[in-house]
Design a protein around this ligand. Structure first.
Ligand code: 7RM
Length: 658
């Protein structure tokens, strides 16, 4: 963050307000505004009491002596306590009578000859046995408490088994998203100094086999750190084999007992490291520890998704990113919930796949990303309407600002106007959901993540840390520690301080720009690094994009700044049209008009470029940095290992050059 002036201007108006559906609160964990307010007040005034009570809902081998030990920027939660995340997700659930309940409901992508996908229902008891056997196998291969184990697997139950097995024996996992290339593996293995990789022969995606093992082989040509590669036979494709280094998953578990001691971990022992690619340079290994992360993901899963015994909960994220860690695996299992894992693409064989799955498994709580919602909108509601979605009772969104247009569609077409939507704001670094409605009590507005979760002291400030007033755009910071906060960047304490604790004195800076409206609701305005400075007016990306997408012809939009002689920066808009809509000069004018009308002439794009798709990370975030380079005619540089589709970039470049 370089600008001295950190204000961001806002002109967006959104007056629609939706009360929680009648009757929802009665059966919800948080069932009245009064209960919410009492709990929130306690969580802020007496955080140690609040979080101590939450922690007492879980299993500890030894209790803490102090709930919180805090000295900026280092927090220690549940000091002196001993626990084990895998024990809480498995044994503790079985002890509460959930042994025969489905823990993981897996659906594979390929449709078999009968037209049906492969399904697996894995109970808590089976999962405990699978984890125990694999954990014992890891130990036999020499994996010890404190080691880093790399996991490079598809969205299959074995990914959860591998994570939980590491957690059980106290090794930190480093999960690498299965869509990443071999270069991403090299970088992450080297940084984590990981000597073991767990992978599969391949994974299924969009009718193709992703050659995971071949990618690992390629990566390991550039590093000799890795001494063992464990390979799960999954897709059945042929793979190369390096004697002495490669070992089959089936051989790792052969003859192993299902009983494996759950290592009593110190609350502050690391649980995992997860790499996120910063906007520039080398990926950061975000470190999360055991006790605080467990309590944070447990409690947010319980209250935000309002998880109850009979829910079928589906978070569509891949385990390769934080949402998969916190809300596919750990949070739901620590609540004894049934969590759905789908290995495949949302559009295989077509865009009705998710809705077929909701119908098939009677999914009740569904959590996905705005990028997916916009893709479904683009594909058309007919694909949704042919399925029975009556099992749904709560919808969630995460990953990006959800534009009001997509929010309304989600509510009407997917939720049939009866499901509350929780727009959840959080980060890899925060570990848990931080700003979110609570479905039974928070009136929602399309486009805002509403209010902070319990214990979260979020604020909008300027660079000096002074809190700004209603509707003044500024920096989103968190002023008090929370249990699942990152404990650092792996091997890089200085970068931790510089990245999160230096821009605003004494508080955690999220990197996001935001404003609070008159009701105190938080509106995320985009990354501060992406703010566009037009003639001294600082504009966030979210509002302009949202205005563009409100036009009938537009499916998606991304705006970035570009050099402008007069204004300092001008605005370039990259626009994806809905199926069947055609680009034209007239449409460009209309789009400029929409922005002028909803925000003002200042925000009117100088350039509109129609494009087939936008460059995105696999988790769905638009890579504005790349678009910025395209818009200003520069060569693309920096880390592109997290790009979903390199051809998208090539196409944008071609258009640019052509
Ligand atoms: C969970 C996750 C974090 C960044 C964050 C924001 C953006 C995430 C929302 C959102 C607006 C939301 N972790 N972001 N959720 N923006 N509304 N509900 O996405 O580390 O990959 O990204 O994502 O910019 O800082 S992440």
């Amino acid at each position: 963050m370089s600008e001295s002036n950190t204000g961001i201007e806002s002109s967006m108006q959104e007056n629609r307000l939706f009360s929680p559906p009648a009757g929802f609160a009665e059966k919800a964990w948080i069932s009245s505004r009064e209960q919410y307010e009492t709990m929130y007040r306690q969580s802020i005034d007496e955080p140690e009491v609040f979080w101590g009570n939450a922690a007492n809902e879980l299993h500890w081998f030894e209790k803490w002596t102090t709930v919180l030990d805090w000295k900026v920027p280092d927090a220690r939660w549940f000091v002196g306590a001993k626990t084990n995340m895998a024990y809480n997700c498995l044994d503790h659930q079985i002890a509460q009578g959930r042994g025969n309940k489905t823990a993981i409901l897996y659906e594979g992508e390929p449709l078999q000859s009968d037209g049906q996908p492969q399904l697996r229902h894995i109970t808590f008891a089976q999962l405990r046995d699978d984890v125990g056997r694999f954990a014992n196998g890891l130990k036999k291969l020499g994996v010890k408490k404190g080691d880093r184990v790399t996991i490079y697997l598809p969205m299959i139950p074995e990914a959860a088994v591998a994570m939980l097995a590491c957690a059980r024996i106290g090794a930190s996992h480093s999960v690498i998203f299965g869509g990443f290339s071999s270069q991403a593996i090299v970088d992450r293995v080297a940084d984590a100094k990981s000597t073991i990789i767990i992978t599969a022969d391949g994974g299924n995606r969009r009718g193709q086999v992703v050659p995971l093992k071949a990618n690992v082989d390629e990566a390991l040509k550039s590093t000799d750190l890795v001494r063992k590669v464990i390979i799960l036979k999954h897709t059945g494709n042929a793979v190369g084999w390096t004697e002495g280094r490669d070992v089959a998953w089936s051989d790792v578990i052969a003859g192993q007992s299902t009983d494996c001691l759950a290592e009593p971990m110190d609350s502050e022992d690391p649980l995992f490291v997860l790499y996120t690619s910063g906007s520039t340079g080398k990926p950061k290994g975000i470190v999360h520890t055991t006790g605080g992360y467990m309590v944070g993901t447990y409690l947010t899963s319980k209250y935000v998704f309002d998880l109850h015994e009979n829910d079928v909960y589906w978070c569509t994220a891949d385990v390769g990113w934080i949402t998969g860690h916190s809300y596919v695996v750990y949070g739901p299992l620590a609540n004894g919930a049934t969590t759905v894992m789908y290995e495949g693409a949302p559009n295989h064989p077509d865009f009705s796949r998710f809705w077929a799955m909701v119908e098939r498994h009677k999914v009740s709580v569904f959590y996905t990303a705005p990028t997916a919602i916009r893709a479904f909108m683009k594909a058309g509601r007919e694909l949704v309407d042919k399925h029975d979605l009556s099992s749904l009772r709560l919808l969630g969104s995460v990953g990006e600002p959800i534009n009001p247009e997509a929010w309304m569609w989600y509510r009407e077409v997917i939720g049939h106007d009866k499901c509350p939507i929780v727009d959840t704001w959080w980060q890899t670094e925060t570990g848990m959901i931080m700003i979110t409605p609570l479905a039974g009590v928070t009136p929602t507005k399309p486009g805002t993540a509403t209010l902070p979760f319990f214990g979260v002291d979020a604020a909008i400030v300027d660079r000096d840390g002074t809190e700004l007033g209603p509707n003044q755009g500024g920096l989103l910071v968190i002023r008090k520690p929370w249990p699942s906060m990152l404990r650092g960047i792996f091997n890089d304490p200085d970068r931790y301080v510089k990245q999160y604790w230096s821009d605003v004195p004494g508080v955690y800076f999220t990197g996001d720009g935001a404003r609070r409206d008159g009701d105190g609701y938080f509106w995320i305005m985009g990354r501060v690094d992406d703010v566009i400075n037009v003639s001294g007016h600082r504009l966030g990306t979210a509002e302009i994009e949202s205005a563009l997408v409100s036009h009938d012809s537009v499916a998606e939009a991304a705006v970035v700044g570009m050099p402008h002689e007069m204004k300092g920066q001008g605005i370039a808009a990259f626009v994806v049209l809905k199926t069947g809509k055609l680009p034209s000069e007239e449409l460009k004018k209309a789009l400029m008009g929409v922005v002028t009308k909803s925000i003002g002439a200042l925000a009117r794009p100088d350039q509109i470029r129609f494009t087939e798709t936008l460059p995105k990370t696999r988790s769905g975030k638009i890579m504005r940095r790349l678009l910025k380079e395209v818009a200003s005619g520069n060569e693309i540089k920096g880390d592109t290992t997290t790009l979903e589709d390199f051809s998208v970039l090539a196409k944008l470049k071609e258009k640019d050059e052509g």
